[in-house]
Design a protein around this ligand. Structure first.
Ligand code: GDP
Ligand code: IMO
Ligand code: MG
Length: 426
């Protein structure tokens, strides 16, 4: 049996590119789908049979009963969100304990992590990151500080001691920050403890051994990223980032993979850009066009419901993301949202402090002015197109423009939220 390569699917912008939908659509090609980072800050939507599903921690391959799904060591798990997601799946008649496995090394989001997230954000005043307040930053902070709790601790005889040590430490910080937790914590803790039973009903694994065995035995694996490259801890506009490595390299640490086994890297690109939370967004539109994108694209957060900031496609940021991730294939989503746009702008360069450049500036306070190339809109409904040939020539010209600029093939074109609204171009 020939050893398989692992394909990686991730977002190339600021998250919400449509990763959940594309993972669900390509899952039939794989044996295993594995999440490698992030946690309940993610909201991955997918649609079939007229119903929309939103997943936060659970991999987007879960609706394919015969496929194995893995939550890797790089993910942070909130047992409360986990239970809510599992209940929703069970209500649909699925039995996730059969095909979902959880890494023993994944870190746990404790009730106080959520409170710390809120406390740190409120300290920042007008410099807020716009965190989803799910406890992501504080949990990864404890992980690197070596004070975190992992899934394997849940079944350790020392769990109570470890838990109380961590909580005591967190309460000292919250007290220091003057954050009132007395009214919220008891109920949150109660819910958290009650939800552990669901998490504990799953099989805990060492994902690194499982991955090795799958690939050795010829099984194909898709690694599913959360957030997007421009929110990566290292390469996003720090500090307006999330606390994990959202890039392709994160799949290797987040699952325990041999880097020689990298296969395709599928980068999800929304035909325009959105961002939730604070931080630089060079092509952001504050006018009626931005509002039109938000309305027509239904750009409201799948996790927090917040309106997403909207703007034109940014090729400077995209080329940076393609470079860092070694993207082999682009999946282009949501172009149908611009069906009635006469002109579509694409940012091909920046003026940074007056100087023309095609590089991403590191300094978060750089004054960036986007330079646009206007393209003709297709002014036609593309959402019912089933094949590439059926798509209007103007839309194909738009795709060719992206390919010529990026030197990466647009292999998948998504023209609607449903599973069926997907065109493969092989
Ligand atoms: P993710 O976080 O990358 O999985 O993306 P989200 O689920 O947060 O946001 C993407 C939104 O766009 C969801 O509501 C999807 O149902 C929807 N969507 C995905 N692909 C398409 C598409 O091609 N066209 C349209 N109109 N909507 C899409
Ligand atoms: P998916 O996987 C969009 C943003 C938050 C905030 C910053 C840090 O659905 O694409 P955090 O809670 O991680 O500390 O927040 O990152 N953010 C996302 N934006 N999509 C996401 O996930 C996001 N996850 C976090 O809005 O600006
Ligand atoms: Mg999302």
């Amino acid at each position: 049996m020939e050893k398989q390569k692992i394909d990686i699917l991730l977002g190339l912008q600021w998250g919400d590119e449509g990763k959940g939908k594309i993972v669900d659509v390509v899952t039939p090609k794989y044996d295993v789908v594995a999440r490698f980072q992030g946690g309940p800050n993610a909201g991955h939507s997918l649609e079939f049979n007229g119903i929309r599903h939103v997943l936060h921690i659970i991999p987007s391959g879960i609706f394919h009963k015969e496929k194995t799904n893995i939550i890797g060591n790089g993910v942070v798990i909130d047992p409360i969100t986990f239970e809510e997601e599992i209940d929703a799946l069970k209500n649909m008649g699925l039995t996730p304990t059969d095909n979902l496995f959880v890494s023993k090394k994944a870190h746990l989001i404790l009730p106080t992590h959520r409170l710390l997230d809120a406390a740190y954000e409120s300290q920042k005043g007008d410099k807020k990151i716009g965190s989803t307040l799910k406890g992501i930053g504080p949990t990864y902070t404890d992980k690197t500080a070596r004070t975190g709790l992992r899934v394997c601790d849940l079944i350790s005889p020392n769990f109570a001691e470890k838990y109380s040590q961590a909580i005591t430490q967190h309460l000292k910080i919250l007290d220091g920050l003057g954050f009132d937790y007395k009214t919220t914590l008891p109920e949150l803790e109660h819910k958290w403890r009650a939800s552990l039973a669901t998490l504990k009903s799953f099989t805990f694994i060492d994902s690194e051994y499982e991955m090795y065995d799958y690939l050795q035995s010829g099984k194909s694996v898709l690694a599913e990223g959360a957030q997007g490259t421009m929110l990566d801890l290292e390469f996003g506009a720090y500090p307006f980032v999330t606390s994990s490595n959202t890039i392709a390299a994160g799949a290797f640490t987040g699952l325990g993979l041999d880097p020689h086994l990298a296969g395709k890297v599928i980068g999800i690109v929304k035909a325009y850009c959105t961002r939730v939370g604070s931080g630089p967004f060079p092509t952001e539109l504050f006018d009626a066009t931005g509002e039109q994108l938000r309305k027509q694209g239904n750009e409201y957060g799948a996790t927090t419901g917040r309106p997403r900031r909207c703007g034109w496609l940014d090729l400077v940021a995209l080329k940076y993301a393609l470079m860092i991730n070694g993207v082999t294939d682009i999946a282009l989503t949501k172009a149908d949202v611009m069906d009635n746009f006469e002109t579509i702008n694409i940012c091909t360069a920046y003026k940074v402090n007056g100087e023309l450049t095609t590089r991403m500036p590191t300094e978060t306070d750089a004054i960036i002015e986007p330079v646009y190339t206007p393209l003709k809109g297709w002014m036609q409904n593309i959402s019912s197109c089933k094949t590439y040939d059926e798509l209007p020539q103007t839309f194909k010209d738009y795709i060719r423009f992206i390919e010529e600029e990026t030197h990466v093939k647009v292999s998948i074109v998504s023209v609607g939220p449903d599973r069926d609204a997907t065109i493969f171009r092989d």
